[in-house]
Structures are given as structure tokens and as C-alpha cells.
Design a protein around this ligand. Structure first.
Ligand code: DGP
Length: 114
């Protein structure tokens, strides 16, 4: 989508600190990090929200999650751990309308989240 910032990152129109990419997913550092390591993992295809997926999207959802797990390991976060977050909608705190998984690590996380 032309007016989607994450589509712009995925196709190279908008600069980002890219951590890794493959044919289905791309991972890049969050512009406003909330932890020492804060990386976003997105599908290359435009999906506005996780709530817009169904079982036919199992492949893309699995690919995004697999990339997040691989990036976490590559960032040395397996020990002591990390958090994966998907926000949906206003109450969920979603601000960018392109499905993304937050990978947060490098500090102890609190629970419940705010
Ligand atoms: P969310 O609130 O769950 O929709 O998270 C959106 C995240 O995207 C937020 O942590 C800030 C980040 N973000 C927004 N615009 C940009 C951008 O242009 N570049 C990068 N790298 N991150 C962005």
C-alpha cells in the first residue's frame, strides 16, 4: 500500500535499520525503542492487523513468528528471555496499520503490561 509506512520500509522507499529479511518477512529496529532491544517483524504483504487474519493466513503468521524467534536468538536474547507483542486496535495500542510483532528484550519486563 502506497501510504503504509511499513510497506515503505519493506520495499525500500522508507529507510530503516533492517536486521534481517527474507521473501516473506522483514525485521527492523523500532524508531522509538521501549527496551534496549526493540525490533519489529512484519510480513512483506500488507495486512492491516492481526484481527484481519484467519486460518488461511497460518503461513504468513508462522513466518513472522519464526523470524521473530530467529532474530531473538541472533540478538542473544534466548537467555535471559524476551517478549513478543502484537497490538490490535485503539485499546490494544496499535498505531501503525500493518501487522507487526514487537520483539522486546535486554531488560526485565513487567507484568501486567500497561
Ligand atoms: P504499534 O503501536 O503496536 O502500532 O507499534 C508501532 C511501532 O512502530 C511503534 O513502536 C513505533 C514504530 N514506528 C512507527 N513508525 C516507524 C518508522 O517509520 N520506522 C520505524 N523503524 N519504526 C516506526
Amino acid at each position: 500500500m502506497a501510504d503504509c509506512v511499513f510497506c515503505g520500509i519493506a520495499d525500500g522507499r522508507i529507510p530503516a535499520k533492517i536486521v534481517c529479511e527474507d521473501e516473506n518477512t522483514i525485521a527492523f529496529r523500532d524508531l522509538s525503542p521501549q527496551a534496549p532491544t526493540h525490533i519489529l517483524v512484519i510480513p512483506r504483504c500488507h495486512i492491516a492487523s492481526v484481527a484481519d487474519t484467519d486460518r488461511s493466513d497460518t503461513g504468513v503468521l508462522g513466518a513472522v513468528l519464526a523470524t521473530a524467534v530467529e532474530v531473538a536468538a541472533a540478538e542473544g536474547l534466548d537467555q535471559p528471555g524476551y517478549r513478543l507483542v502484537i497490538n490490535h486496535g485503539a485499546d490494544g495500542g496499535q498505531s501503525v496499520g500493518h501487522l507487526h510483532v514487537h520483539l522486546l528484550g535486554g531488560r526485565p519486563m513487567t507484568w501486567p503490561p500497561g
